[in-house]
Design a protein around this ligand. Sequence first.
Ligand code: NAP
Ligand code: HSE
Length: 441
Amino acid sequence: MTIGIGLLGLGTVGAGVAEILATPEGRHPLVAELELRRVAVRDLQRPRTIRVPAELLSSDPAAVVDDPAVDIVVEVMGGLEPARSLILRAIAAGKPVVTANKAVIARHGEEISAAAAAAGVYVLLEAAVGGGIPIIEPLKQSLGANRIQRVSGIINGTTNYILSRMAAEGAEYAAVLADAQRLGYAEADPAADVQGADAADKIAILTGLAYGGSVPREAIPAEGIDQLDARDVTYADQLGFVVKLLAVSQRIETGTNGDPQLLDVRVHPTLLPRSHPLAGVNGVFNAILVEGEPVGQVMFYGPGAGAGPTASAVVADILNIAGIRQATGARAVDGEPPGIDPLLAAGSWRQCRLVDGARTTHRNYVRLRTTDQPGVIGRIGTCFGEAGVSIQSIVQFEADSEAAEIVVITHEVLESRFRQALDAIAALPEVQRVAACLRTL
Ligand code: NAP
Ligand code: HSE
C-alpha cells in the first residue's frame, strides 16, 4: 500500500527528501512505498535543483496538509508561523508529522506534543537536532533506562566551521564569516547561528528528552561567537585548549519529593582541553556527548546539516511511521488510531526548572588589558584571592607598547564569587579593561 507524502518546503532539506524518495533503489524497501503527492513552496516560479512535476507544486501549504492523498506531512519550511499552525492542522486531521524545525519545537513543543498525544498521531523530529546524526531516538529510546547527568555538544555547524578556521589560520571572526558565506557554509543572515540561538533551540529540545520535562526556551542563556576575538582563540591554543561553541544541559539536583529537577542549560563559547572528546570535532561536523548512569559516556558524531544528511534523518522518521502503519494497518482501517509513540504519549514526566546562574560553578578564562608595570599581576591575584577564587594559571602575553595582556585561568568557582573578583579587578587603576571572559572545561 503506497503512502502519500506531503512536503511543506522544497529548499535545502525538502529537495534532499524529494531526491531520496525519487531514488529508492538500494534503500530500505519501504522507501519505494512512499510517494510524493503534494509539495508546498513559497514561489512557484523559482528554479529548482530537483525536478518535481509542476502539478504537485502549490503555494498553499494548508491545501497540501488537507489533501486526502497526503498521509504523512513533512514540514521542512522552517520559521515559527505558519509552520506551527500547519503542524497542528495536520495533527487535528489525524496525519502524522515529520519536522526538521527546531525553532518551532523548542518554543511550541509542549503544545504540539499534547495535541499529538490527544489525537493519537506521531510527530517525529530526528532532523531537528544534529542533522544526520541520530540523537533524538537514542535519547528517547535507546538510553531511556539511564539517569542522564549531562548532555553537551557542538550542535551548530556554521559556528564550528568558523571556529575551526579561526583556530587553524589565526583569522578574525568577521573575515572567516564573510568567506563562509561566500562558500555557502553560512547563511546570508547568520544571526541565529552566530549569536547562539540555533544551538539554544537544539539544546532546549535535547533537555526535554534527556530529563523528561521542558524548560522555557527564552530562559536559556545563549552567547554566540560574534564577539569572539581571534587572539583568545590563539591564546587558548597556546595554553592547550580549543574554543568551541558548546551547548550544555546538566542536571544539578534530581528533585526529590515531587520538587522539580534543577538544571543548568546554556550556550556559550567554551575552552575545551585538547584531550576532551569534543575538542577534535572540526568544520561543519557536530557531536553530542551524553553522560548517564549507568551507561557512562556516549558520543554521537556526524554531519549536522546539509541536504543529504538532514534528509537522511527526515526520511528515517517517515519510514518509522510508514513501518508502524503497515504493521498496524488493520487497526487503522477499523478507524482506530495507528498507535502513538509511547514516550510521546507520556509527554512531560518530570518538572524542570533552571538554576540561578549565580549559583553555578565554572572554570573561567579571563583576558585583561593592563598597564605593563610591576605589581599588576600581584594585585590581580589579590582580588581573586579575596573573593575566594583559586587561580590555576596566570600568564602575561605580548601586547603593545601601551598595554600588557594578562590571561588568567581559574579553578572551578562559584559564579557569584568570580563576578565579585572581576568587579574588583575592573576597578583597579592598572586594569584598562576586562577584554574577554570565557568558560573553560
Ligand atoms: P530553505 O532552504 O530556506 O527552504 C525552505 C522551503 O520552504 C523553501 O522551499 C520555501 O519555498 C518554503 N517555504 C517557506 N515558507 C513558506 C510558506 N509560507 N509557504 C510555502 N512554502 C514556504 O530551508 P532549509 O534549509 O531547507 O530548512 C528547512 C527546515 O529544516 C528549517 O526548519 C531548518 O531549521 C531545518 N534544518 C535545516 C538544515 C539544513 O542543513 N539546511 C539542517 C537541519 C534542520 P521557496 O523555495 O519557494 O522559497
Ligand atoms: N544552521 C545550522 C547549523 C544547520 O549551522 O548547524 C541547521 O540546523
